[in-house]
Design a protein around this ligand. Structure first.
Ligand SMILES: [Zn+2]
Length: 89
């Protein structure tokens, strides 16, 4: 039988435990329109090459962290209550 542990306090829970909750945390960049300089607008191919060069040397985890990340946690009932009372801890 699959057993779960609360990711906050470690309490053991069964797969159909009525006191087991799943928390999904989705974080993504809230960027709006991208403002480009007149120089970049005049030379879009150069600007794209600059962006691609920057991505080549960037850490993929850092790039993902800066754009989109989805996390999933199992929580017991008590930790669910605490999270809802103070979501940003
Ligand atoms: Zn817990």
């Amino acid at each position: 039988m699959i057993r779960y542990e609360c990711d906050k306090c470690g309490q053991s829970m069964g797969p159909n435990d009525s006191a087991r909750y799943i928390v999904k945390l989705e974080i993504y960049a809230a960027a709006g329109n991208i403002e480009m300089s007149d120089d970049a607008l005049a030379n879009p191919a150069d600007e794209l090459a600059n962006v691609l060069d920057a991505l080549k040397s960037a850490d993929p985890d850092d790039v993902e962290d800066q754009t989109y990340r989805c996390l999933r946690f199992d929580l017991c009932d008590e930790c669910r209550k605490k999270l809802l009372a103070e979501p940003l801890g």
